[in-house]
Design a protein around this ligand. Sequence first.
Ligand SMILES: Cc1cc2nc3c(=O)[nH]c(=O)nc-3n(C[C@H](O)[C@H](O)[C@H](O)COP(=O)(O)OP(=O)(O)OC[C@H]3O[C@@H](n4cnc5c(N)ncnc54)[C@H](O)[C@@H]3O)c2cc1C
Length: 396
Amino acid sequence: MDFEYSPAQHAFRREFRAWLHANLPSELCLDDPADDRVASDRETFERRRGWQRTMHEAGWVGISWPTEYGGRGATLIERVIWDEEYAAARAPVLPGNMGLSLVGPTLIHWGTDEQKRRYLPPILSGEEVWAQGFSEPGAGSDLASLQTRAVDHGDHFTINGQKVWTSGAHFAHWILVLARTNPDVPKHTGISAFLVPLSTRGITVRPLVLLTGHRHFNEVFFEDVVVPKANLLGPIDQGWTVSTTTLMYERHSTGARNPIGQVKSLIAVARRLPSNGHTAWDDPLVRQRLSQLAIDCEAMRLTRLRSLTRQLRGEPPGPEGSILKVFGSELGTRIAEAAGELLGMHALVNQGSEMVPDAPRWFNRVLAARQYTISAGTSEIQRNIIGERVLGLPKG
Ligand SMILES: Cc1cc2nc3c(=O)[nH]c(=O)nc-3n(C[C@H](O)[C@H](O)[C@H](O)COP(=O)(O)OP(=O)(O)OC[C@H]3O[C@@H](n4cnc5c(N)ncnc54)[C@H](O)[C@@H]3O)c2cc1C
């Protein structure tokens, strides 16, 4: 594994860091950007869209997209550097993230030339924000069981059904929908993918509230929704293959975060927090627990580098993707549990105090951490993948 960056990569890092320093408004910075991926209200959403526009005009959005589609054709390492600097600046997740990370790359792979020309530029600028309409009440882990129907009427389809857990659909303009176009064939083969404006008549978006009180995702209902033929993405009945492209990008993007920043902030809290006439940090058990979490973050960082090395050598993806997803999301839960036990009632009160000025952040983290072992494929499903495809164990 080569830990050194080239002079050009160092220069790229310096350039992006300096640009963020000069342009990122401090009021947009967040303690935990990952826990606030969807803006809490429309005003914040619009402010973040303005930020995406600024970044886009300076050429810093969608950098790994090919240049012919408005990206920079950045290398894998440049993309990693971009992620690291963006997270270190505590900049908000871009509101168009779903389009930039999932829908855009899927369109580049499967879209017609006309679809690419129509949909890709507004994804980059943030003019059009996308949602992912895959999961349904009876189809999450077993996505291919989805029941939403799209019926062919010659020049258009009509869609009926329901999606759920649709992140950000209450702000989004468009949704990538998977629907069943042929119910008479095995379930993986009768699905198609559609590009649907959320303003279409017959669509109802109903927000769902997270444990934290935050409106993150939604139920989306489709009642006789008319979708032109031109909005089919990829071949008819090949939606499962199209969705596999999207899910591959989703797993890649969710495996990327390293929570070492959270462990460092927790250590800072422990150093101030009074406990038995000393501070919590003076307790060897507290130090041991937080050190173990820091060690686990380092193990995760090195596993990620191993996965990058494999990609750079052009080798097929190894087990690291699933390992990073399981380990990273469960490490997030363990950090949240440690925070809850350390802070006690401070983590329950959603208000800063003299002792714990950032208490709302920990309140949020303790409750929000659970979502990551579910979204983008649950821990149980990832363990099945590791067991069956990596370790070669028999199917359960
Ligand atoms: C924060 C968040 C955001 C999300 N955003 C979106 C979005 O934008 N768009 C979208 O389409 N979806 C989204 N989802 C949905 C997500 O993809 C699903 O929640 C996930 O795939 C699990 O599906 P499910 O909730 O239906 O649970 P189920 O599949 O019903 O699973 C229930 C439980 O059974 C276990 N289980 C299921 N099958 C097996 C098996 N074969 N072996 C062992 N255990 C099993 C699961 O691990 C889980 O513990 C989001 C979810 C979350 C939490």
